[in-house]
Design a binder for this molecule. Structure first.
Ligand SMILES: O=C(O)/C=C/c1cccc(O)c1O
Ligand SMILES: [Fe+2]
Length: 314
């Protein structure tokens, strides 16, 4: 089996609150490289690891991770709404393979996803329904969060199960590295917000627009030097990328939830998607090579923004 991986940070502020043209040009070049990598690899199946931002998963029931056999995007922040082209047979096979390997996977027969899933599919494939995909939600915002070792175990089990499919599989991770956007937190939330986070009442279009404008404004404030949010932490981000590049994935087992939040901000846990994808690649292909690596701290997008590609040697 051949396998490859791409890690791609997402931000709902792309195109809404952009950094300086030279930064945009560097990002465009890195993304074009990832697109070319994917085109040349020509995957038959994409396993997409991504978080949710209280659009599909709520505190009433919040699994640490969940694989979908069908998925629909809500269309937040201007991303496409509608069904993803989920390969249901492959999704069921991977789910069974993961459960058989002793990882207690939650399975959704109809997952609701947001820009975390839609944006990388749009950026790399031109739409949310252009490539057979198995979506895997990885909780990166709602506490309590479990140990990172379980995310590595999930990625490893998915990779081993994917190897049995005998297809060209791309493991795709969607997530910012260090970043601290104004995603609401249940602990200490006022009753109305807490109720929405727990129950997941769909926002009206006006409520959604107001929420999105709040995030755009936060990006503007952050870029202007606001200290209300934890700063992007390039050192931490490069430490993460170094471990991924050197295939030192077991190192992540000792990363604690508290340290990750302190060093990388409240949404730094989105790097769990990256750890899962690279663990899958390692398990599916044996040793891998990181073939490209891009990083830039982009406050306007509230993102330690990275793009990386890797190819298995098997
Ligand atoms: O509010 C949201 O839904 C998400 C905001 C956000 C902002 C910047 C980077 C990210 O990864 C985000 O999810
Ligand atoms: Fe995010």
């Amino acid at each position: 089996m051949t396998a490859a991986a791409v890690g791609l940070s997402h931000s709902p502020l792309i195109g809404k609150n952009d950094p300086a043209p030279d930064v945009l040009a560097r990002v465009a070049e890195a993304v074009a490289g990832a697109r070319e990598f994917v085109r040349a690899y020509d995957p038959e199946l994409v396993v997409l690891y991504a978080p949710d931002h209280y659009n599909g998963f709520f505190c009433k029931e919040m699994p640490p991770f969940c694989l979908a056999t069908e998925a629909h995007a809500v269309g937040d922040f201007g991303t496409a709404a509608g069904p993803l082209s989920v390969d249901t047979a492959a999704a069921k096979a991977l789910a069974q393979g993961v459960l058989d390997r002793g990882v207690d996977l939650t399975v959704s027969a109809r997952m609701t996803v947001d820009h975390g899933f839609a944006q990388p599919l749009e950026v790399l494939f031109g739409g949310i329904d252009q490539v057979p995909v198995v979506p895997v939600f990885v909780n990166g915002v709602a506490t309590p969060l479990g140990p990172v070792s379980r995310i590595r175990a999930l990625g490893t089990a998915v990779g081993e199960a994917a190897a049995e499919l005998d297809r060209r599989v791309l493991f795709l991770a969607s997530g910012g590295l260090s970043h601290d956007p104004p995603v609401p937190v249940l602990d200490g939330a006022p009753p109305r917000v807490a109720d929405a986070l727990i129950e997941g009442r769909p926002p009206t279009p006006e409520q959604r627009a107001r929420g999105e404008e709040r995030v755009v404004q936060a990006g503007r404030d952050y870029a202007a030097g606001s200290t209300a949010m934890i700063p992007i932490n390039p050192d931490w981000d490069h430490r993460l990328l170094d471990h991924l590049e050197k295939e030192e994935l077991a190192e992540f087992d000792s990363w604690s939830v508290e340290d990750m939040a302190r060093e990388g901000g409240g949404s730094a846990h989105e790097v769990r998607a990256w750890i899962a994808a690279f663990a899958s690649l390692a398990a599916a292909s044996g040793p891998y090579e990181m073939t490209s690596r891009f990083y830039e701290a982009i406050p306007a997008w509230i993102a330690g923004f990275a793009v990386a590609t890797a190819r298995g040697q098997a």
